[in-house]
Design a protein around this ligand. Structure first.
Ligand code: GDP
Ligand code: GDP
Length: 471
């Protein structure tokens, strides 16, 4: 079998993890399109998410909706709109409803995104639904990249010419499945995104907190309690994004900024669209924060979506504090059973050491600890590891448990350094990144964490080849 055209680019697209960025997450890119064109497949490829589900069934609600993608030093939020469509999760989705749902998706996507990817199945050609969505995108005033997916092999017949009919310019043909030309797509995405706002470097001593979570878990109750208890400096200040309003508090001599409290207070009927809208808004709030308070409803138990929201915050490099709210509704025998808390912690074990606070926002129980805990996590996140001490830990780790042979060769771990990024990042220099096994990287990470902490924060590790270390 001859190598597929684009195999070189293919390799590039697989290398994106090594190019892992150090910068803050900024910008929202949304993938829209009718069911089954391959949106989730692309999402999974670009975010490398572990929990995402791809299923053959059209209309299956997807597990993971938001992820952090990285390309050439730029990190941004990627949204897979699959599963957001109310029509698709109804019992009996009629075609009319299906159409309505997909169009609605497109509208929300335009409203909240910085850039949209319209995905079409190039093997199937253009359908009426594709045309409807394209029409909405054309007038939406946001940049759009038209993607013809499932272009796996040039030998296959494509309907690429039909895609021009959508009036969105030249389509990019990719294969989300094999990765062909996804690197070029990412180049364009990164080129067309607005420049990263980033976290202001020269900022005042201020702790920035985002309160996030599913609808009805108690976010606004928590907010109200915090605002009522602490001395509110200013009840509302304009945030940087459109109608975002922040709240400033003073706590323990520090200024606290609760980011986009207007977004939290916005109440409404809980529909899938509202949830989607408020989640996108929460992603924006996260961009500007140091620590996320992930509120969960303990009376319902931790559900998948809670984990996804926390996972997103951690992937974005933010500190995570789990607020186990509505603790007053938990039966007494469960409250006194330490197992209950252990179980909640275990559900968030992908953020090592994330504090879990049992709280009743309604009654104000334990709420006093929330800001102190957030401050502790922010401090952990701001830890600077002295280079000498860090390399000492690395040397000891390698000596006590050397890396195994891989394809007859052994990776040489040379040295490491902490990157100057607000998201804790260690850059590890080795002779050949291909030889570094994932589990060994994880081992090194754990050793570093064991010495320096970082409780409640992900420690990002970037592996680089040192140019003069071949052989
Ligand atoms: P979504 O509903 O748009 O999210 O679509 P999915 O990502 O779930 O993909 C639908 C089906 O198309 C799955 O069976 C995928 O494996 C398949 N698929 C996705 N991308 C490609 C591709 O590039 N080539 C081929 N041949 N199949 C693909
Ligand atoms: P949000 O949608 O996440 O902002 O949630 P809200 O703060 O609006 O709360 C949703 C509902 O849960 C409201 O009826 C609150 O009164 C209730 N609630 C919030 N926190 C608690 C709590 O700690 N205990 C109990 N029993 N109810 C709560």
């Amino acid at each position: 079998m001859s190598p597929p055209a684009g195999s070189v680019r293919n390799r590039r697209s697989r290398r994106y993890r090594d190019d892992a960025a150090l910068g803050p997450v900024s910008g929202i890119v949304t993938i829209v399109g009718r069911p089954n064109v391959g949106k989730s497949t692309l999402f999974n490829r670009l975010t490398g998410q572990r929990h995402a589900i791809v299923d053959e069934t059209a209309g299956l609600t997807r597990d993971r909706l938001y992820g952090v993608a990285e390309w050439r030093g730029r990190r941004f939020t990627l949204v897979d709109t699959a599963g957001l469509d109310p029509a698709l999760i109804s019992e009996d989705p009629g075609i009319a409803e299906l159409t309505r749902g997909t169009q609605q998706q497109a509208r929300i996507a335009i409203e909240e995104a910085d850039l949209c990817i319209l995905m079409v199945d190039v093997r199937a050609g253009v359908t009426g639904l594709d045309e409807d969505v394209a029409a909405i995108l054309r007038t939406g005033g946001k940049p759009v990249i038209l993607v013809g997916n499932k272009a796996d092999s040039p030998a296959d017949p494509y309907y690429a010419h039909e895609l021009y009919r959508l009036g969105l310019g030249e389509p990019r043909l990719i294969s989300a499945l094999t990765g062909t030309d996804t690197g070029d797509l990412l180049d364009e995405v990164v080129d067309r995104l607005p420049p990263a706002e980033g976290e202001a470097q020269e900022r005042v001593d201020e702790l920035r907190i985002a309160i996030i979570g599913r609808p009805n878990v108690g976010k606004s109750s928590l907010l109200n309690y915090l605002v009522g208890e602490e001395r509110a400096l200013v009840s509302s200040v304009a945030g940087t994004t459109r109608d975002a309003v922040d709240t400033l508090l003073e706590h323990g001599g520090h200024q606290i900024r609760l980011v986009d409290t207007a977004g939290i207070r916005r109440r409404g009927v809980v529909t899938t669209d509202i949830e989607h809208y408020s989640l996108l808004r929460a992603m924006r709030a996260l961009e500007r924060s140091d620590v996320a308070l992930v509120v969960v409803d303990t009376s319902e138990g931790v559900v998948a979506q809670d984990r996804h929201i926390a996972g997103y915050a951690a992937d974005a490099g933010k500190g995570v504090v789990v607020i186990a709210n509505k603790w007053d509704l938990v039966p007494q025998e469960d409250r006194v059973d330490p197992e209950t808390l252990t179980k909640i912690s275990a559900a968030f074990d992908f953020v090592p050491g994330a504090p879990v606070l049992t709280v009743s926002a309604l009654l104000g129980r334990n709420v006093a600890k929330v800001l102190d805990t957030a401050q502790q996590v922010a401090d952990a996140r701001a830890t600077r590891m002295p280079t000498a001490a860090l390399n000492q830990v690395l040397r000891e780790a390698v000596t006590s448990h050397p890396p195994a042979m891989h394809r007859g060769r052994r990776v040489k771990i040379l040295y490491c350094a902490q990157a100057s990024s607000p998201n804790p990042t260690v850059v590890l220099f080795v002779n050949d990144p291909e030889l570094l096994h994932f589990s060994y990287q994880r081992y090194l990470e754990n050793r570093i964490r064991a010495v320096f902490g970082f409780a409640g924060v992900q420690l990002h590790m970037v592996v680089r080849r040192r140019a003069d270390s071949e052989g």
